[in-house]
Design a protein around this ligand. Structure first.
Ligand code: HEC
Ligand code: HEC
Length: 365
């Protein structure tokens, strides 16, 4: 090879090596750098509180570029289920704002026929959540993520085998080493990586947010709907679903659902965690962000449309003794047909299509 050609060859080889070392191919032998820390503030949407509730974040499991990338891969990898057929992303689907979509009041497990006990909730804006699942039985994300992996009606994985399965994979040992400095894979590290990915899934770019930032106008019906949402004599939704930011106070409430009409097993909700009578039938107030994408509604997915939900709050609710005190005082049939339509129009302004299209949250496979 001539000298000039040799130089050119070296340059090409060098740049190829550089490109490869930046790519995700795990087989390229490059020296391992320490994981790059990511500040959680960089994910907090405009106007949202920077006071995140989630404590593990800073103390025990800081966000890193490599940890998030690994968590994303694990979230979408069916290897995590017992029969390698189901991933977290099978039930928490991005285009439905990480809920299971319109066809599933209850989700199907990895076996394709077992049904989950409850409707799959969304998994965004969890940084502000005080607890996880419908009854708040999971105090933190690191513990929560193991639940679905081992649950027989979900991914049905024998947890003692999971680490070995990942260890035998051609990619994972290297990816764990990049994220956590060790290639001996443990379930605790799987949980940490998944939790990191879940934490960065945020949603705060809806039509409502753009309006709040004075970038666009809402229609008259949407604005009227927002007023009804906040009015203590009409919607009174704001008492529990708050306005702005997360659109929930994350508190446990009885919103007047009648178990008898659900047709599924009786679900005692928060009572199952605390065994206190006053918690019977209480559920964690869900976010209303992206609500137009997450039908069917309620912990058992009993309502198919937002119109049905609004009818329920207008007059369908059941005055159980645990019913929230504010709702107890509301008369039935208090909203007109127009007002109900306007309330639904407002709820639809909470849809954030940046969330559903964001490539940082989509499958890496
Ligand atoms: C078979 C469907 C299914 C699969 C697979 C699944 N989930 Fe879930 N997920 C659910 C259901 C149903 C709930 C509600 C459980 C409850 O409240 O009892 C839930 C709840 C959650 C919550 C709580 C959200 C909140 O706001 O409280 C998080 C977080 C979550 N899942 C993450 C995951 C992760 C991570 C995985 C993969 C390891 C996963 N899920 C796999 C169906 C599923
Ligand atoms: C007393 C507190 C409270 C009030 C007031 C309230 N909600 Fe709720 N909301 C809840 C709780 C708790 C749930 C979950 C109940 C369950 O599934 O058992 C819920 C569920 C919902 C859901 C289903 C969410 C999902 O992801 O499935 C929608 C939609 C909703 N509420 C809209 C509204 C609207 C609109 C109003 C006002 C007309 C309103 N809520 C008033 C507490 C409340």
């Amino acid at each position: 090879m001539k000298k000039r050609n040799l130089l050119a060859f070296c340059l090409i080889a060098l740049s190829a090596a550089m490109i490869l070392s930046c790519s995700k191919d795990p087989k390229v032998a490059t020296p391992l750098n320490a994981p790059v820390l990511v500040s959680v503030e960089s994910f907090i949407p405009r106007g949202f509180s920077s006071k995140v509730v989630d404590l593990n974040l800073r103390n025990d499991n800081p966000l890193t570029v490599q940890g998030i990338a690994l968590g994303r891969r694990l979230f979408y990898d069916p290897l995590l289920s017992g029969n390698n057929k189901q991933s977290c992303g099978s039930c928490h689907i991005q285009k439905y704002a990480f809920s299971n979509g319109p066809d599933f009041a209850l989700s199907l497990g990895a076996d394709g026929f077992s049904k989950t006990r409850r409707n799959a909730p969304t998994t965004f804006n969890l940084l502000w959540a005080k607890s996880f699942t419908w009854d708040g039985g999971q105090p933190n994300l690191e513990e929560q993520v193991i639940g679905p992996i081992t649950n027989p009606v979900e991914m049905n994985q024998d947890i003692s085998l999971l680490a070995n399965e990942l260890q035998a994979d051609p990619n994972y040992p290297y990816l764990f080493k990049k994220a956590f400095g060790t290639d001996s894979i443990t379930v605790a590290l799987v949980a940490k990586a998944l939790a990191q990915f879940e934490r960065i899934i945020v949603s705060g770019d809806s039509k409502f947010d753009l309006w709040a930032q004075r970038k666009i106008n809402l229609s008259n019906d949407e604005l009227e709907g927002y007023a009804i949402f906040q009015s203590q004599t009409l919607g009174d939704c704001i008492h529990c679903h708050s306005a702005g930011n997360t659109f929930t106070n994350f508190d446990f409430k009885h919103n007047g659902l009648d178990t008898a009409m659900s047709g599924t097993q009786v679900d005692v909700g928060r009572f199952g965690v605390t065994h206190q009578g006053f918690d019977s039938m209480m559920f964690k107030t869900p976010t209303l962000r992206n609500i137009a994408l997450t039908a069917p509604y309620m912990h058992d997915g009993r309502f198919k449309t937002l119109e049905e939900v609004v009818e329920f709050y207008d007059h369908g609710f059941y005055r159980n003794r645990n019913l929230d005190v504010n709702m107890m005082m509301l008369p039935k049939y208090r909203m007109s047909t127009t007002q109900k339509m306007q309330l639904v129009a407002f709820l639809k302004t909470l849809t954030d299509t940046s969330l559903t299209k964001d490539l940082r949250y989509s499958t890496p496979f």
